[in-house]
Design a protein around this ligand. Structure first.
Ligand code: NAI
Ligand code: MG
Length: 477
């Protein structure tokens, strides 16, 4: 009580948002043949930011043709070191324009500027730098073999890390000599569209990267285009399954990065205060719109009372509000449907017997907001222990022995990530080995690096992004 932070908003006039955006085809913005446009909002105040082209079959066909032409005539013929030059240029321009990108990412998607500025955009340029480095060294990535590009890739990305997901997909594809058609999510297309200016500034040959905007129907039409060699998708497990069915029996290669229900496991020998910060970061980071979010907290029974008390106290200190304010911890929920989904799952959790604790901070009147939430006394039978909520909601469970912790952690249809908090090295190594999860963080959470691979087990998808591994998703031998 007593004092509060003064507002510290980031200036938004660094970005110039056009009233209307076309499709980015063959190096230029063009009007959609469909003649249709849709709006993208700022979820923090529901204001319309811009109108964006809605691509239908004819537009997609034109776009794929542009990518195919660029592949045949230019990109597949360039030596790796020439491709690298473009990727290095893109990385440097993103770095130079990083503040502009960070502000736009926060405006269009609702994430706190602190995250878009310190996490998303630096990682975007880091990925372009990293894959620029591989472009002329592919024979060392695959010793004794001769990698060649696949051709044209169709890529579909979600709204939780809009520009970062573009970088994860575009940078390795281009490094390996492929060209792409990429579709950003309908609620967050603006940073991808700003990126087109970067491609132009970098003088990337026209058609190497093309951007189509639209919704799930646009994505489905893209997936079905016969002239694609590869589909890469990040998003819901439900849509991932549809895409897998659509691609079955075609020549298209497929990688899927889908949902998660990660366990964050805290043992009695952990440094509790450090773990609390990691648990908070693991679930409230980016409003919990994170496929690898630590959404299930597994606490060893002996320390459960103290951990719960500290978590309850800690969520009261989270600052929810204006994404452009540098003091904001938790921003806006990305869209109204996502807010409704979170609300309904929490309601089900309470009906099934979970105990609800929420941050009682004030919320802005307009926009889509959800209070940082703890659901305590959750058991494996509860819906909230199994379903991906994709919001700032932590489900708390307890365990007695390490074996029990492993059993609960693995008892999920997903397997993307997990966390473990312990001061014993032997314990976390053993735990990481026994866990069915693509990433296991030890005494930390949500750490990303372009050099380390990322991807899932079971219904979290297949294929790896990041690192050397992402290259193998874009080459044939
Ligand atoms: P979604 O899977 O529908 O959307 C992701 C992308 O796929 C968007 O670009 C969308 O336009 C596109 N898409 C939708 N239907 C398609 C189809 N039939 N064919 C091709 N592309 C299609 O995800 P949504 O509805 O936005 O979110 C629903 C839930 O999915 C979330 O609550 C969350 O649980 C999960 N999700 C997981 C993500 C992850 O990173 N793994 C990212 C976003 C959502
Ligand atoms: Mg938006």
């Amino acid at each position: 009580m007593g004092w509060d932070y003064a507002p510290a908003p980031e200036a938004r006039n660094i970005v110039k948002i056009q009233p209307r955006y076309g499709l980015f085809i063959d190096g230029q913005f063009v009007e959609p043949k469909s003649g249709r446009y849709f709006q993208t909002l700022n979820p923090a105040n529901e204001a319309v930011l811009a109108e964006v082209a809605y691509a239908e079959a004819e537009d997609i066909d034109r776009t794929v043709q542009s990518a195919r032409r660029a592949y045949n005539e230019v990109w597949s013929k360039l030596p790796g070191k020439e491709r690298a030059k473009y990727l290095f240029r893109i990385a440097r321009i993103v770095q130079e324009r990083s503040r502009e990108f960070a502000v736009l990412e926060s405006l269009d998607g609702g994430k706190p500027i602190r995250e878009s500025r310190d996490v998303d955009i630096p990682l975007v340029s880091a990925h372009f730098f990293y894959y620029a480095g591989w472009a002329d060294k592919l024979e060392y990535a695959f010793p004794g073999r001769t990698p060649r590009p696949l051709g044209v890739a169709g890529q579909i990305i979600p709204w939780n890390f809009p520009l970062l997901m573009l970088a994860w997909k575009v940078a390795p594809a281009l490094a390996c000599g492929n060209t792409v058609v990429i579709k950003p999510a309908e609620t967050t297309p603006l940073t991808a569209l700003l990126m087109c200016e970067v491609f132009q500034q970098a003088e990337l040959p026209p058609g190497v990267v093309n951007i189509v905007t639209g919704d799930g129907q646009t994505g489905a039409t893209l997936v079905q285009h016969p002239d694609l060699d590869k589909i890469a998708f990040t998003g819901s497990t439900e849509v991932g399954k549809k895409i897998q069915r659509a691609v079955a029996g075609t020549r298209k290669r497929l990688t899927l990065e889908l949902g998660g229900k990660a366990a964050n496991v805290i043992f009695e020998d952990a440094d509790i205060d450090q773990a609390i910060e990691g648990i908070i970061n693991g679930i409230y980071f980016n409003q919990g719109h994170v496929c690898c979010a630590g959404s299930r907290l597994l606490v060893q029974e002996s320390i459960y009372p103290i951990v719960l008390r500290k978590l309850q106290r800690r969520i009261q200190l989270l600052r929810v509000g204006d994404p452009l304010d540098k003091n904001t911890d938790v921003g806006a929920i990305n869209s109204l449907p996502q807010l409704r989904k979170i609300e309904s799952l929490v309601q089900i959790g309470v009906q099934e017997g979970a105990e609800l604790y929420q941050c009682d901070c004030p919320l802005p009147e307009k926009g889509y907001w959800y209070r940082p939430t703890i659901l305590d006394k959750v058991s494996m039978a509860h819906t909230v222990a199994r379903e991906e909520i994709f919001g700032p909601v932590l489900a708390v469970m307890t365990f007695r022995t390490p074996d029990e912790a492993v059993a609960i952690a693995n008892n999920t249809r997903y397997g993307l990530s997990a966390g473990v908090w312990t001061s014993k090295g032997s314990r976390y190594l053993e735990f990481a080995r026994r866990l069915q999860a693509g990433v296991v963080w030890c005494n930390t959470y949500n750490k990303f690096d372009p050099a380390s691979p990322f991807g899932g087990y079971k219904e979290s998808g297949f294929g790896r992004e990041g690192g050397l591994h992402a290259l193998s998703a874009y080459v044939a031998f």
